[in-house]
Design a protein around this ligand. Structure first.
Ligand code: F6R
Length: 268
């Protein structure tokens, strides 16, 4: 796992965007970028930095596909707080990803069985697209990844989940009070997330310090779904100093951040 700590919101956003761009295929055969998208405040600066890369000709999302991590159940996908609308506003119109390329789990159906069928089809559509090249992630204060709340199976697939009380409280700011926040969602499973070729998680602020310490340095445990990053071979965690405050190995992470060159190893 690579842990990068930025000293300003701009640096966090830039470091994260560089890690995302390095993992995407923009050129050559089969090179349409396939991006996994998170909503929430954590990746907003990262999306703005991707837009800068587009304006400078370093990136092009006009043929990209984007797969959302999750969607609320029970609000139409035209609702302003649905994750489809959020991603259209905060990602598609910012980085130039076409709406036709945006995939979001189905959150409205006639029955639980229909939602479950659509959830399984969602995993299949990710496979059909060749898999997610880079999955962008935030983390909940309770350690959730996507909406895989504590206790979620580490091998779970896209499915229906009940939202934790803390998650509903955290997200009430986007709704007219807690009672309007949906109780359930459809979320990519932790097993689904782990299939992305690269994971880039962004976390900022003191409210994330405990979850980050548990995810990065705690034991692998369903009690902290974010700890599943420890199983991935190419996971990058980008933090500000406040979110990194609970980590014990910061010096090592900073020393390792520059990567390994021939000169470091006295080769060549
Ligand atoms: C968003 C998602 C969630 C958020 C997490 C952090 O699609 O799945 O896991 O990433 O709740 O949210 P923010 O970034 O708003 O603190």
């Amino acid at each position: 796992m690579l842990v990068l700590i930025g000293s300003s919101p701009q640096e966090v956003a830039r470091l994260a965007a560089d890690q995302v761009l390095a993992g995407l295929k923009f050129h050559g055969a089969g090179s349409e970028p396939v991006l996994g998208l998170a909503t929430g405040s954590s990746p907003l600066g990262l999306y703005r930095e991707l837009a800068v890369a587009v304006s400078e000709g370093r990136a092009d999302f006009s043929r990209a596909q984007g797969f959302a991590l999750d969607e609320y159940i029970g609000i139409p996908d035209t609702h302003a707080q649905s994750y489809r609308q959020t991603l259209i506003n905060e990602v598609c119109s910012v980085i130039g990803l076409p709406r036709e390329g945006l995939h979001v789990p189905l959150g409205v159906a006639e029955s639980v069985a229909d939602l479950e069928k659509a959830a399984a089809a969602y995993d299949e559509s990710i496979r059909q697209a060749g898999g997610v090249q880079v999955q962008i992630l935030g983390i909940g204060a309770n350690g959730h990844l996507g909406f895989n709340e504590p206790g979620s199976s580490l091998r779970s697939r896209t499915r229906i989940k009940r939202l934790a009380a803390q998650t509903r409280e955290d997200n009430a700011r986007f709704f007219e009070g807690i009672d309007s926040v949906p109780t359930h969602c459809v979320t990519q499973g932790l097993g689904t997330v782990l299939e992305a070729k690269r994971l880039v998680l962004v976390a900022t602020g003191p409210g994330k310090a405990q979850a980050i310490a548990a995810a990065v340095e705690g034991p692998l445990s369903a009690s902290c779904p974010g700890s599943v990053l420890q199983l991935h071979e190419d996971a990058v965690v980008v933090l500000d100093e406040a979110a990194a405050a609970g980590l014990t190995q910061v010096q090592y992470y900073n020393d390792s951040a520059a990567g390994i060159s021939d000169a470091d190893l006295h080769l060549g």
